[in-house]
Each structure stands twice: as C-alpha cells, then as structure tokens.
Unconditional design. Structure first.
Length: 310
C-alpha cells in the first residue's frame, strides 16, 4: 500500500492556509504527500505589520525561504515549483500584467504539471474550485492548469513539451488520477460553527462582519468530504507562521483559539471535482472508495474491490 496525494497551489503560503492539516495528517499516516507551487510569489506585499520591510527585488527569495520552512513544518514528501511570475491580486483583469501566470498560454504550465503527474502518479489531487475560492487571477488559473494537466497526463498522445523533465515524463505511461478535489477553506458550515462557538465562549467573533457582509457569497452546500485533522492544527499553524512576510501572528488566521476550533470544527472541507468511484458524502477520507494497490496494478478504480484505506 502506497497512498499518494498531490496538492496544487498558486503561491507560497497557499499550502499553509488551504489543506495544510490534511496534508500533515496523511504524512503521519505514511502517505506520499506532494506539493506543486505554480508561482514564485514575488508580487506579494508584506502583510504582517510586525515584519520588517522587504525590498521588491528580495521578495522572491524571501517567499522561497518561507515556503521551505512551511514545507518542513507540514512534512511534504516532495515539492515541485513551476516558477511562474505571480500575477498579483487584481479585481480588474485588465490590470494583470502580460507574462504573469494568469496571462500565459494555458498549455505551457499544464504540460509541466502533466509531466509531474506522470512521475508522481497520485491517487488524489487537490486544487482550487473553478472560481478560485476567491477571485485572485492566479487561483482561477491554478484550477484551469490543474484540470488541463490532468487531461494531458492521461492522454497517451499528449505533447508534454521539449524540456528534459517533460521528455522523461512523456516516456512514462499515462496516468489518470482517480479522485480530484477542490479545497473549501471557509465553507459556511465552518464559519457558522466557529462564529457561534466564539460568541458563546467569548461574546465576540472574528467572523461577525464577514458573515454579515458576505454570507450570500459563501457556498452553503454541505461539503463532499470533511477530513478530521484537529490534531494537526499545530502543524498548520507552524506552517502559517513560517510565512513571516504574509501572516500576522495576532491576525485573522489566529482569531479562534485552537482548543475551541478542535471541539467545534476539527475538519478541513473539500468538494469533489471528479471521481472515478462512487462518492458517498460526507466522506471522512480523501482516499475513500479507492483500492490503491489495485489501481497501481492497472485495475479500473470503478471495478476494483474496495478495502477501507487500501
């Protein structure tokens, strides 16, 4: 048994704010947990008021160091960097600079990702929803690249480019990922559970304004999967704090005491984007329904006998 899950993220720090505790849980359970980061994060600003200023030409190296520290905190098995230029956050798409990640030809990064998928052969891929989770152009592009990369990885006739890694991957057999999920960092059920718990315990909540102003913009659907990972929140916190330039230790990400969060919402939530096996919500495991040993032998996931955790 060798369970494999691959996370595709847009920027350094996304791996810490979206699915980090899930990743840490699977690492501790012996799975191979792989990270792909699409951009270098050099368009980021210093968002932590307690951090020292960073010169623009030093931002890329700073984000790389922070990412390395976060990766160590979570425990990823391997990492891959596509190396594209951060688009920056723009509500007006016309403001996004040419040549940045969200303004390049889709198949260029998709071929890179397909090559990685053929080498890593994950049973599960985690990416972002179609709308990016929020309208950051790189998050939307991250979804598009992932879905196109999945198509190319399983296409025996796909052109994966001329680079050495792509050429090597082209010689590998195609690989179809049986299950693909989107992260759901703040589903409405999480917001409401923690908001209510904070009001009862402390008389105030960091989510009051958000719920009042944005409740109609937060999906109300029940997620397809809730992965219990409260015991790994400390690893998520360590990874977040590794991004010193981005994360305020007294800010939003730490507005709810972890003991309260573990009691009232000890999960990270996901929605299914594609699955070759029957999904029976609400799953408690991203590998639910998969017999990974049979899949690795080339058996169709839909017909492979299912053994829990196999």
């Amino acid at each position: 048994m060798n369970r494999r899950v691959l996370f595709v993220h847009a920027h350094p720090d996304d791996e810490s704010s979206k699915g980090a505790a899930t990743a840490a849980r699977y690492v501790d359970e012996g799975a191979e947990v792989v990270l792909v980061t699409c951009t270098d994060g050099d368009a980021g600003d210093v968002l932590n008021p307690q951090a020292a200023p960073i010169a623009p030409d030093a931002m890329r190296a700073t984000r790389a160091r922070e990412l390395a520290a976060a990766v160590a905190a979570i425990g990823f098995t391997r990492t891959h960097a596509l190396g594209y230029v951060d688009s920056g956050y723009h509500e007006d798409p016309s403001e996004v600079a040419e040549g940045t990640f969200s303004r390049i030809e889709l198949d260029a990064p998709s071929r890179q990702l397909a090559a990685i998928l053929r080498r890593e052969r994950p049973h599960v891929v985690v990416t972002y929803p179609e709308n990016g989770g929020y309208p950051h152009p790189d998050h939307i592009m991250n979804h598009l690249v992932t879905m196109r990369g999945l198509e190319l990885a399983e296409d025996p006739g796909a052109d994966l480019g001329d680079g050495p890694s792509a050429g090597h991957a082209a010689a590998l057999s195609p690989w179809r990922v049986p299950k693909v999920y989107a992260t759901s960092t703040f589903p409405l059920e999480r917001l409401e559970a923690l908001h209510t718990a904070m009001l009862e315990a402390h008389g105030q909540s960091p989510y009051t304004e958000w719920l009042e102003s944005r409740a109609d913009k937060v999906p109300a659907e029940v997620p397809d999967a809730r992965v219990r990972c409260g015991e790994h929140f400390s690893r998520r916190d360590a990874a977040l704090l590794a991004h010193v330039s981005q994360i305020d230790p007294d800010g939003f990400w730490f507005g709810v005491p972890r003991d309260l969060e573990r009691e009232h919402y000890p999960y990270e939530a996901y929605t299914v984007l594609r699955s070759d096996v029957l999904v029976q919500p609400v799953e408690d495991d991203l590998f639910a329904g998969l017999n990974v040993a049979a899949i690795d032998r080339g058996q169709d996931p839909a017909t492979a006998p299912t053994a829990r955790g196999a």
